[in-house]
Design a protein around this ligand. Sequence first.
Ligand code: FES
Length: 191
Amino acid sequence: MGRLYHTSRAVSSAVVQLDGGDTAAEFQAFHRAMEEEKQPTGAPHFVGKKEELIEAKRSFRTLEGRDILIIYHQSFFYAMDSYCYHAGGILQNGDIEEIAGKLCIICPNHKYKISLAKGEGMYKARDPQEKPPVHRWYSKGVKQRIHTVTETSGDVYVKLSEDTCWIESDFFQGEKGKVERDKAAAAEKKT
Ligand code: FES
């Protein structure tokens, strides 16, 4: 396996992390969704021939009931949950930009930035203690579940993350998350 394949694993926090302003109801929703989670088998899944995936650049696959986005960008493959951790937006058509030295996909819905390598949510803020305050990029920690991509003799495989910590994108893979995704998609169509 050469430099072509990115195989990093999500570095998860040991606790559920909520963005500012999240409510107890959302916290409970996360826990209900965690109960829906099935444990991955740990098996690598064939997802396509290398050349096909390179040509497609973005490929959608469902593995063990989980919807995954496979991305080919600047000679590397990445795989992540295909729905944005924020509100379940479809990441497949998001632009990719380098932010603070990290390649990030930008969710088309509300422009949240997610690093391809680790699934970190990136945000810009300024430290009021700093004089004068300057806007800088920071990481919120891992928000999007990242999966491992490997290649053998031109065949590409994805192994689902076995990290047992809750990661916010998990919510949108469950039944309740699907309902929320559908509601959000319907609202988008109306606007
Ligand atoms: S759904 Fe992705 S930024 Fe809101």
